[in-house]
Design a protein around this ligand. Structure first.
Ligand code: NAD
Length: 445
């Protein structure tokens, strides 16, 4: 099938590459010329496991195309995906300007029937807005080319995005039409991902739009719940890791997504929790639980800084901290809303210097903060330790899980570790002579 995808970010590019991989002919449109030119040269703008070869092979095979030419791109596909960003507005609501801009562009150029599929995460009611923008634009053109709008929220996880799109757990389709002209193309498009069993969950558009927010808010709630428990565990002299295993063994709770830590980040959870709070407030409902989820997370992002100032004092002038992990989670280079950013900014404010290492986000930290004397970006995790006053861990990369503790001890001025992801066994570290602070495992072990 011929498909057009607007927006070649984490969602659009992965989805486009996966659709091309199963044989569809996919045209990607982005307003970022630099990104488009780079992709044509085989330079992939983001790090995502397995993505680079998938993009390169399908581009070379002629099933994946990149353009900034909206008119030609729109002519390509019957299905038009909207996969552009929906960043937070000033008040935390989802900013829909990119989504509506795409809707307008499609309506300006379309000459045959289109099924517009919204993949971006958008508040309930956005499909109506897209429909309205398109109808007004077509009317101005004096055109009555037919179109339909469908909601198809994306559930991929950064760091496992290719695998998630190749084998989706579910494909949620929201449509207010039972018409074959709408549903058939979508079914045919996703058929290759549906062979094992039918993963398509059909519903009305509003329910589909809310499903995406409900999923992310549920996951964020689990994290904030565990972080609240970890703070209690710390004060009560319990070990949250034992508590985690104790509750995870209950099949109604399960082990997934109940890891305590230094807060959730990324481009989705913070903005989606906030956006649903704003949606609720706009309709006169006070979302107390969601507000608490957000507040707990906000405070948890300062947790490591509090532990550090309890140990070293408020004034950190002349101190250097080795930081392992900048990305908001492992297997990505994405630092949007990452806990490492709060940590570094607070350390800088207190006068400290940061020696940072991350397996993938080194270019990203330099892009965000530029050159500064109090940020040293190091090539290896060992180099980041040299002469530092303590080691701080913000991301649970696999390569951090079993380090050589003798090297750490030898490189640091004093053997102190602040671990925001509970990677190590406290007893073992104590026996090795470390002062080890973790999340919810007692104040100093
Ligand atoms: P992104 O910022 O990585 O990419 C968005 C792309 O859209 C950019 O390349 C931008 O240049 C392009 N764009 C903006 N306006 C455009 C226009 N008018 N025409 C064409 N291209 C345009 O965003 P993302 O992380 O891929 O997220 C996209 C959407 O998917 C968001 O709504 C997000 O909430 C949702 N989502 C993201 C994830 C994730 O893990 N990143 C997962 C599920 C859903």
């Amino acid at each position: 099938m011929k498909v057009t995808v607007f927006g070649i970010g984490y969602v659009g590019l992965v989805q486009a590459a996966v659709l091309a991989e199963v044989g569809h002919d996919v045209m990607c449109i982005d307003v970022d010329e630099h990104k488009v030119e780079n992709l044509k040269k085989g330079n992939i703008p983001i790090f995502e496991p397995g993505l680079a070869p998938l993009v390169q092979q399908n581009y070379e095979a002629g099933r994946l195309h990149f353009t900034t030419d909206a008119k030609a791109g729109i002519a390509h596909g019957t299905i038009q995906f909207i996969a552009v960003g929906t960043p937070p507005d000033e008040d935390g609501s989802a900013d829909l300007q990119y989504v509506t801009a795409v809707a307008r562009t499609i309506a300006e150029h379309m000459t045959d029937r289109k099924v517009v599929v919204d993949k971006s995460t958008v508040p309930v009611g956005t499909a109506d807005k897209v429909r309205q923008v398109m109808a007004t634009t077509l009317e101005k053109r004096g055109s009555n080319v037919p179109f339909d709008v469908v909601s198809n929220p994306e559930f991929l996880k950064e760091g496992a995005a290719v695998a998630d799109c190749m084998r989706p757990e579910r494909i949620v389709i929201g449509s207010d039409s039972d018409s074959k002209e709408v549903i058939e193309p979508i079914r045919e498009l996703y058929e290759p991902f549906n062979r094992n069993h039918d993963r398509m969950i059909m519903m009305d558009i509003r329910s589909a739009e809310l499903t995406k927010y409900a999923a992310n808010c549920m996951l964020a709630t689990k994290i904030s719940f565990m972080n609240e428990m970890s703070n209690l565990a710390e004060m009560l002299g319990a070990d949250i890791e034992k508590v985690r295993q104790g509750i995870g063994s209950d099949s109604r709770i399960g082990y997934h997504f109940i890891y305590p830590g230094c807060g959730y980040g990324g481009s989705c959870f913070p903005k989606d929790v906030q956006a649903l709070i704003r949606t609720a407030e706009h309709i006169g409902y006070q979302p107390k639980l969601l507000q608490a989820v957000e507040q707990v997370n906000y405070q948890q992002k300062y947790k490591l800084n509090r532990l550090i100032s309890d140990y070293f004092g408020e004034d950190l002038k002349g101190k250097t901290f080795s930081l392992w992990g900048l990305a908001f989670k492992p297997n990505t280079d994405d630092m949007r809303e990452a806990s490492s950013r709060v940590l570094m900014e607070q350390l800088w404010q207190a006068g400290a210097t940061v020696q940072a290492y991350d397996p993938e986000a080194m270019h990203e930290v330099q892009r965000i903060y530029g050159q500064r004397d109090d940020l040293k970006v190091m090539d290896t995790k060992e180099a980041a330790l040299q002469g530092a006053d303590a080691l701080v861990i913000c991301t649970e990369w696999q390569s951090f899980r079993a380090p050589d503790f003798d090297i750490i001890k030898g490189a640091l001025k004093q053997p102190v570790i602040f671990d925001g992801r509970n990677l190590f066994d406290p007893e073992r570290l104590k026996n090795r002579g470390f002062t080890y602070y973790a999340i919810g495992r007692g104040s100093s072990i």
